[in-house]
Design a protein around this ligand. Structure first.
Ligand SMILES: Nc1ncnc2c1ncn2[C@@H]1O[C@H](COP(=O)(O)OP(=O)(O)OP(=O)(O)O)[C@@H](O)[C@H]1O
Length: 291
């Protein structure tokens, strides 16, 4: 019988001989909220691309008992795999509800989409409620706040009935308040679906991850709860190692990378030393402009 989990087995992605993802094995159960972290270039986005069919890969990927590997992007999407990107892709001129309606009708023909609809379909109403945009249903998506656009995009995956959500840095550029709301939204969604989040924001990860996989140089370096992963000397080492490597090239980017990654290490160590209570410290969790 099909079970709702993502199983990645020996997945490898190669670009012109460069191995970006190297024999990765990963299992994510329904109800989990899995964060995928790691230094820049670790292969996080590429792994998610491989699962969603955007880049060719070898190995085997299965979700809810169905084979994803080897299938085309649109086929994988129809099998219940939803993906967001670092920049929200919503139809700016259409209202919130129209965006959701179009997403919900992705499987319908153009005529039925054009036909005037009476009222809001229940799935759309439910998604509006879940993402907290009911009051803004008739607002053009283009004038939504940054965080609200991201929530709308997540809502579009919900109405498409995506059961596996792959989210690439969903809180990048959000205010602290928006990050918090997003975390709680994802926790609610993860009760019913499988959620994998690529993230650089350590505060966000610490506050909301149920489990964490750390990638480095295309391989799984560490896996477990937030506390386990942060206490893993290999994890601390790889962040420090990357910073030290960047120090060889004294550019502005390298300096920013060092500062950001040193902050990440500080956070890692801090949590290891003092437990989850250290959350409020260290605002820097992202390395901007280097990825
Ligand atoms: N289309 C591509 N062609 C060639 N190399 C690529 C391509 N996409 C990614 N890479 C390389 O693969 C490696 C992994 O990239 P990826 O974007 O998956 O890393 P990441 O962990 O998501 O990094 P970041 O956190 O900076 O987004 C990098 O060295 C990157 O330059």
């Amino acid at each position: 019988m099909a079970t709702d989990y993502l199983q990645i087995t020996d997945v490898t992605v190669t670009f012109d001989g460069f191995v970006a993802v190297d024999k990765v094995n990963l299992t994510v159960l329904k109800g989990d909220l899995r964060f995928l972290i790691g230094p820049n270039g670790a292969g996080k986005t590429t792994l998610v691309d491989a699962v969603s069919g955007l880049v060719p890969s070898t190995g085997y990927v299965e979700f809810a008992g169905q084979q994803l590997s080897g299938r085309k992007v649109h086929r994988i999407a129809r099998m219940g795999v939803g993906r967001t990107f670092q920049t929200a892709t919503v139809f700016e001129k259409l209202t919130v509800v129209q965006n959701l309606d179009i997403a919900a009708g992705a499987g319908r023909g153009p005529l039925s989409l054009l036909r005037r609809r009476r009222g809001v379909p229940p799935t759309v109403a439910e998604a509006l409620e879940t993402i907290g945009l009911t009051e803004l249903a008739d607002t053009p998506a283009g004038i939504l706040a940054h965080g609200q656009k991201q929530w709308l995009e997540i809502g579009m995956l919900l109405v498409q009935n995506a059961q596996l959500l792959l989210l690439d840095e969903p809180v990048a550029g959000m205010s602290a308040d928006e990050r918090d709301q997003t975390g709680r939204l994802l926790q609610r969604i993860a009760q019913e679906r499988t959620v994998v989040i690529v993230e650089h924001d350590m505060d966000f990860m610490r506050a909301f991850a149920k489990s964490v996989t750390v990638l480095a140089a295309g391989k799984v370096l560490s896996e477990g709860t937030v506390a386990q992963v942060q206490a893993d000397p290999k994890v601390q080492e790889v962040y420090l190692g990357t910073a030290a490597h960047a120090a060889g090239a004294p550019t502005e980017d390298a300096a920013a990378l060092i500062a950001a990654q040193a902050a990440q290490v500080e956070e890692l160590v801090e949590v290891t030393d003092h437990g989850a209570g250290a959350q409020a410290s260290a605002g820097v969790g992202r390395s901007e402009g280097t990825g």
